[in-house]
Design a protein around this ligand. Structure first.
Ligand code: AHR
Length: 652
């Protein structure tokens, strides 16, 4: 009690003495006004295989081009000795290429292959790596493969022998321990006997994947996603859904079933930017739709798949060349219906059976479907209408998400919103990659939105500062803007920052929420803003006003509040984008006389430098810190640092 009084005294003195020139802002938190429920999907994730997000990223496979089926068959491989590439009679129909390793010309020579990984392979000292390969011998006589993990300088840091003893194709597996930590290792496989061995699907995973799954995901990266407490998970894109050409769209059916037989696809981001193109960037679909549904379940997030609507990327094709004719749309619609069956159908259905065979007989309980990514124009509207008709007829419970185009304003946006209303989609996906000023100016964007129309899904957004760094300014401004999402949670039902992941040596687009290399993960300040919101989502909106108006930039301040019924707490979020500290006094209006109020955990993200960043070398430079606030006689007093975003919890 004494401590509280002293703290309050300090705050009030600071406020009035003029020692620190701080302005006081008074807010009213109305505890009587009943708020509306906040959707569990309010804050979530959007994942796309851009920036090496899947292969070389979240998907823990260390071998690039493991099936030799890249168009340049040996891309990523270095061969030595007597190696032949074959394509007939291999074990996997959809990935026909495989290799034959034959004895070299001399007993003191060797035949083998080395894989460079995705910008190298990350190995951790004393960790185990699961090597597997499909193989056969010529005649059934036993042969031997030797498996080496190699460090940056070519030294062997792990090895195992693997006997191959059948003339029929079989999967062989062995565990190799790394005796050193390297960020850019390689895998070597060579013939350690005098016969011949045929090889396909050469694979290497860390044993310690997320939940130790064999076809697993990188544990440290999933942990970072898990810690975000996402309520919804949008997948697989993004432009990936559309493809540069329609044949290269994300075809979910190619991404399920045995992993060895999932056919390779191009990656829409492979050649997009001439200053950042990667000829070795493909989609193996190792992280496919089954893995996506499973991960959504692990994360406790509602899965939100996006399906192709019969349009190739509208950025990359003119309108005459991007669309599937209306009378050829049926297979695309069927794909969407089948995807719902794959997620939810009983095990007696064709696609439900496949889900069960893959290991998940229970339904994934899919509730949402994005139809088209960032589409626009009448071509989109016509196709969406056809999809909607079929989807509503067969799955009336599934909520349909339509697009409002590539930008959250302008011609396409103004055309599409009324069309979405006419079609009565459930949610409209808005995308905004905008400059800092836009983010501040749009903190009140949803205050005046039509309450009768479809709900809003802020499906892709990020504040783009000059140079597009993930700096503190971008995070702070996103935090300020998001007070407007929260205040309007009656119509904003979902939001997902974009893009999610980026490999430091393989990115095409920035800013991105999480950066990584082969061994480490770096959370940006933008990540922490998302996390502060998601962890403090609350269950109901609450009214927080300054002079009877929402705080949307007056005196460089932005604020919103929620009520959390499970914790019986009000949670306030306040951003100060100005370069002076502020005193905030929040009066709790309408509290019952006997109410006992206490300050719970409060934290803030702050920096004196708007251009401050986290890096792989200094990942914790910017991180939320605990802060204090004082409650006394119905008033919460907060000392808000300059350039800060704070979250304050008041238990009532
Ligand atoms: O997030 C990167 C890209 O931005 C997405 O693929 C696309 O939907 C948008 O244009």
């Amino acid at each position: 009690m004494r401590r509280k009084k002293i703290l309050l005294l300090i705050l009030v003195c600071a406020c009035y003495s003029g020692i620190v020139a701080q302005q006081k802002t008074e807010l009213v938190l109305n505890t009587k006004a009943k708020g509306v429920p906040i959707q569990s999907t309010m804050y979530g994730l959007f994942f796309e295989d851009i920036n090496m997000g899947a292969d070389g990223g979240l998907y823990a496979e260390l071998v690039k081009n493991r099936s030799f089926d890249f168009p340049q068959e040996l891309l990523g491989w270095y061969t030595f000795g007597n190696v032949t590439l074959l394509k007939e009679n291999g074990p996997f129909k959809n990935n026909p290429a495989y290799l034959k390793l034959s004895a070299p010309s001399h007993a003191h020579k060797r035949t083998g292959i080395e894989n460079e990984g995705f910008r190298g392979m990350g190995f951790k000292k004393d960790s185990l790596y699961r090597f597997s390969v499909w193989a056969r011998t010529e005649d059934g006589a036993s042969q031997k493969l030797r498996i080496n993990l190699i460090d940056t300088h070519g030294a062997i840091i792990g090895h195992q022998d693997l006997p191959v003893d059948s003339k029929d194709w079989k999967k062989y597996q062995v565990t190799v321990k790394a005796n050193a930590t390297v960020n850019k290792g390689r895998l070597r496989v060579f013939l350690a006997s005098r016969g011949a061995v045929y090889l396909d699907h050469v694979s290497l995973f860390p044993e310690a994947t997320w939940k130790n799954r064999e076809n697993g995901l990188r544990r440290d990266m999933v942990q970072a996603l898990y810690d975000l407490k996402p309520g919804v998970f949008r997948f697989p894109g993004g432009c990936i859904v559309e493809g540069t050409e329609i044949e290269e769209r994300y075809d979910w059916k190619k991404s399920v079933g045995p992993v060895e037989n999932r056919s390779l696809n191009a990656n829409r981001w492979q050649h997009t930017f001439e200053h950042r193109f990667y000829p070795d960037y493909y989609q193996t679909y190792g992280l496919g739709f089954y893995e996506f549904f499973l991960l959504s379940e692990d994360l406790g997030a509602e899965p939100l798949p996006v399906v192709n609507v019969g349009l190739a990327c509208q950025y990359q094709n003119d309108s005459a060349h991007c669309s599937v004719p209306m009378d050829e749309l049926e297979p695309f619609i069927q794909d969407a219906l089948d995807l719902i069956e794959f997620a939810n159908g009983s095990v007696s259905t064709k696609w439900g059976k496949l889900r069960a065979e893959m290991g998940h007989p229970a339904s994934f309980n899919l509730k949402f479907l994005g139809v088209g990514n960032e589409q626009w124009g009448p071509q989109y509207v016509a196709r969406l209408a056809a999809f909607e008709k079929a989807l509503r007829a067969k799955h009336p419970g599934i909520k349909i998400i339509g697009s409002s185009g590539p930008s959250a304003d302008g011609k396409e946006f103004d055309y599409l919103w009324p069309e979405m209303k006419k079609l009565k989609v459930d949610l409209v996906d808005e995308h905004y990659y905008k400059d800092p000023k836009w983010f501040l100016n749009n903190a009140d964007r949803y205050d005046t939105y039509d309450r009768k129309g479809p709900a809003v899904f802020a499906g892709e957004y990020a504040c783009h500062v000059p140079g597009r760094a993930n700096n503190f300014m971008s995070a702070l401004y996103e935090g300020a803007f998001m007070t407007g999402l929260e205040r309007n949670a009656d119509i904003v039902h979902m939001s997902t920052y974009a893009p999610l992941l980026a490999h430091v040596e393989g990115w095409q687009w920035r800013p991105d929420m999480i950066w990584f290399d082969n061994l480490h993960v770096m959370k940006t300040p933008n990540y922490y803003i998302q996390q502060l919101y998601a962890k403090n989502r609350g269950t109901h909106t609450a009214s927080l006003l300054a002079d009877k108006k929402p705080l949307t930039g007056q005196n460089d301040l932005y604020a919103s509040a929620v009520y959390d019924a499970s914790d019986k707490a009000y949670i306030l979020k306040i951003a100060n984008t100005g370069n002076a500290p502020k005193i905030i006094q929040v009066r709790l209006q309408g509290l019952p006389k006997k109410a006992v109020v206490s300050v719970g955990e409060c934290s803030a993200l702050q920096s004196d430098h708007l251009d401050a960043v986290n890096s792989l070398e200094e990942p914790d430079h910017l991180k939320p810190q605990k802060v204090s606030a004082v409650y006394d006689k119905g008033v919460l007093t907060i000392q808000l640092d300059k350039q800060s975003f704070g979250v304050y919890r008041l238990r009532v």
